[in-house]
Design a protein. Structure first.
Length: 94
């Protein structure tokens, strides 16, 4: 029996952190890229769990999200990441 893998699909800005942790990472710039990467890990990698950057998940075509919800494997987990669109002051961190 082959063990299933954890893989990550993330935007280029987030992928390095996961790669440093030793997790296989597939980069995607948008929802269409993410859909292609999901198809790739389903076809080529024994992926059991796919963590995906939440903004990429929201950009996936509706048909792809529906198919993923119906499928037993891989389990797809949208993961929130940093919000690069807003700026926080130092006071917000304290």
């Amino acid at each position: 029996m082959n063990a299933r893998q954890l893989v990550v699909i993330a935007s280029p800005g987030l992928s390095a952190g996961f790669a440093l942790a030793g997790v296989p990472v597939y980069e995607a710039a948008n929802g269409d890229d993410a859909a292609r990467q999901i198809a790739r890990v389903v076809d080529e990698v024994n992926a059991g769990v796919v963590m995906i950057d939440e903004p990429l998940y929201r950009e996936l075509p509706e048909e792809v999200r529906r198919d993923l919800q119906r499928a037993g494997l891989p389990v797809v987990i949208p993961v929130p990441g940093p919000d690069w669109t807003t700026e926080s002051s130092a006071h917000d961190y304290i």
